[in-house]
Design a protein around this ligand. Structure first.
Ligand SMILES: [Zn+2]
Length: 477
C-alpha cells in the first residue's frame, strides 16, 4: 500500500495504524454494533433522512429514478474530497447485508472527519436501487438466520428485471437494450460522476467470503483477506460462481461480466446467446476507468467452504452428479408449473422469476457436462468444490420452490382459484418443506453474526476507497 506523507513518522517509518491502514480497517470492521435483523426499506430510508437532517452541511439528496412501482429512488451525496465513489445497495433485493453497510458507511463519513479527509472523496450512496424487490423480501429480514423462513419469503427478480444485469450490452451477436428505469437512473449517476470507485453491495447465501475486483492489487487483496480473517469468517475457495471467472487470489476474482460469459460459452462450442440480459454496472463504468469492488458475505457459513483438501470424488464426477441433481430439480419445478399453467391468471414477479430460472437453467447443465469431459477435470475434487457444487443445488431448490409457492399463493389469494390449483399450492408447500429440511440437516451450517458480515463488507469498501486514493496519488507522482 502506498503511504501518503501524512502517514509517515518523522523518522520516515510508516505509521501502521494510520487511517486507512490495514490495522485501522480491521479495527473499524470490529466496531459494528450487534444487530438481530435487517432493516425494512422504510427503516433504511428513515436512517438516511435522519442523517441528512443532522448534517445538512455535508449531506445532500436527490431523486435519481422512480421505481417501476412508483417509489422515488434517492441518492445521498456526502461531500468529502476530489474523487467520486459510488456505493449502491439492494442491487439484488434478496441481499440485505448492504443495508447495514450503507448505514454504517454514511454515518461514519458524517461523524468522523478524519476518515472523510483521509479517503478524500465525495461519496454517492444509494441505499437501495430496487425498493420494489426488497419490499418483497422483508418478511424474512426479522429472521435472518432461519433458512426456511428465507426460502419461504424469498424474492429475486428474473434477470431482465435485475438492475445489476440490465445495462446496455452489444457484443458479437449478443444485444440487450431493455434498460429498466432504475438502471437508467444509475447510468446517469455514473455518467455524471465518472467514479473512481464503484461498489455494488451484494451478499451470498451459504459458504464463505469472496470478492470481485476490476483488477488484482496485491495490497488490496491482502487487506480483504485480513479483514475476513479478523472477523473469523472462512474464505470461500470452492467453485467460482461461474466457470469463466478469473481468479486473482484465493476467493478473489475478476468481475467477469457478460462479454466474458458470452466468449466462454462460444469457446465451449455452446450457444452464447443462451446468455440473456444485459451488462453489469462494472462493465458500463469501464469507460471511466472506474475500479469496481464487490464483497460477497455469506448469511450462513460452513467450514467446508475453506477446505482445500481432496475429497473422495473426482472433479468430473462431482460436476456430473450435481448437474444431474440440478437437472432433476428443474424437471420437478417445470412439471408443477405446467400443471398450474391453465389456472394461472396473474403475471406476478414470482412467476416471472421461476420462468426465467427454467429458461436459463438448461445451459448451465450443458456447461457442466462439457467441463466434466475435459482432461483437467480428471482429478480429485476438493472438499470446498464439493461443498459449493452441492450448495448450488440447494440454492436453486429453495429459491425456486419458494418462488413457485408464492406465485401459486398469489392465485389462491384471489379467492378464484380452482381446486386443482389449491392442491398444487399444497404440493409446492410440501416440496419446499422437504427441501428446507434437507438443507437444514447439515448441523455445521451456522448463521453469521450480522456485525461480522457488515464489518467485513464495510472494511472492504474502505479498503477500495484507500486503493483508488493511492492509485490516483501514484499517477500524479
Ligand atoms: Zn447479488
Amino acid at each position: 500500500m502506498w503511504l501518503g506523507d501524512r502517514e509517515m513518522r518523522e523518522d520516515g517509518a510508516p505509521v501502521t495504524d494510520a487511517v486507512g491502514s490495514v490495522a485501522d480497517l480491521v479495527r473499524r470492521a470490529g466496531e459494528i454494533p450487534a444487530e438481530s435483523e435487517y432493516p425494512t426499506m422504510d427503516a433504511l430510508l428513515r436512517r438516511f433522512e435522519e442523517l441528512e437532517a443532522r448534517h445538512p452541511e455535508l449531506v445532500a439528496s436527490d431523486q435519481i429514478a422512480t421505481s417501476r412501482l412508483g417509489e422515488p429512488i434517492i441518492r445521498y451525496r456526502i461531500e468529502g474530497g476530489d474523487r467520486s465513489n459510488i456505493v449502491v445497495g439492494g442491487v439484488h433485493p434478496n441481499e440485505p447485508v448492504g443495508s447495514w453497510t450503507a448505514i454504517r458507511l454514511a454515518e461514519a463519513l458524517c461523524d468522523d472527519a478524519e476518515l472523510r479527509d483521509a479517503l478524500d472523496a465525495t461519496w454517492h450512496l444509494i441505499p437501495t436501487i430496487d425498493p420494489d424487490g426488497a419490499r418483497l423480501n422483508e418478511a424474512w429480514f426479522r429472521q435472518p438466520h432461519d433458512r426456511a423462513a428465507y426460502a419461504r419469503h424469498f424474492y429475486r427478480p428474473a434477470r431482465h428485471e435485475q438492475i445489476e444485469w440490465t445495462f446496455p450490452f452489444a457484443h458479437k451477436d449478443g444485444f440487450f437494450d431493455q434498460v429498466l428505469p432504475e438502471t437508467i437512473g444509475l447510468m446517469r449517476v455514473i455518467d455524471e460522476t465518472r467514479p473512481d470507485l464503484y461498489v455494488s453491495l451484494h451478499n451470498a447465501e451459504t459458504g464463505g467470503v469472496y470478492f470481485y475486483l476490476s483488477h488484482g492489487s496485491h495490497d488490496l487483496i491482502e487487506s480483504l483477506h485480513e479483514l475476513t480473517r479478523s472477523r473469523g469468517l472462512p474464505l470461500d475457495v470452492g467453485e467460482p460462481e461461474a466457470p469463466w471467472m478469473q481468479a486473482f487470489a484465493a476467493a478473489v476474482y475478476g468481475d467477469g461480466g457478460l462479454a466474458a460469459a458470452y466468449d466462454y460459452l462460444e469457446s465451449m462450442g455452446l450457444d452464447p446467446r443462451a446468455v440473456q440480459g444485459g451488462a453489469s454496472p462494472g462493465e458500463y463504468s469501464k469507460k471511466y476507468d472506474t475500479f469496481c469492488l464487490v464483497a460477497e458475505l455469506p448469511l450462513w457459513m460452513h467450514p467446508d467452504a475453506a477446505d482445500t483438501s481432496p475429497s473422495d470424488e473426482s472433479y468430473a464426477d462431482l460436476l456430473s452428479r450435481t448437474a444431474a441433481d440440478a437437472q432433476r430439480t428443474r424437471t420437478t419445478i417445470a412439471a408443477m408449473l405446467e400443471r398450474a399453467r391453465p389456472s394461472l391468471t396473474l403475471r406476478t414477479p414470482f412467476l416471472a422469476a421461476v420462468e426465467d430460472y427454467l429458461r436459463a437453467a438448461g445451459g448451465a447443465y450443458e456447461t457442466a457436462d462439457e467441463r466434466a469431459l475435459q482432461p483437467e477435470s480428471q482429478r480429485a475434487a476438493t472438499v470446498a468444490e464439493r461443498f459449493s457444487c452441492e450448495e448450488v443445488v440447494r440454492v436453486i431448490r429453495l429459491r425456486n420452490a419458494g418462488l413457485l409457492l408464492r406465485a401459486l399463493e398469489a392465485e389462491t389469494g384471489t379467492g378464484r382459484a380452482p381446486a386443482e390449483l389449491r392442491r398444487l399450492r399444497g404440493e409446492a408447500a410440501d416440496l419446499l418443506d422437504a427441501w428446507s429440511a434437507e438443507a437444514s440437516a447439515d448441523t455445521r451450517v451456522t448463521g453469521v453474526p450480522i456485525a461480522d458480515v457488515v464489518g467485513v463488507q464495510y472494511g472492504a469498501v474502505l479498503a477500495g476507497a484507500v486503493y483508488v486514493r493511492d492509485r490516483a496519488a501514484a499517477r500524479i507522482r
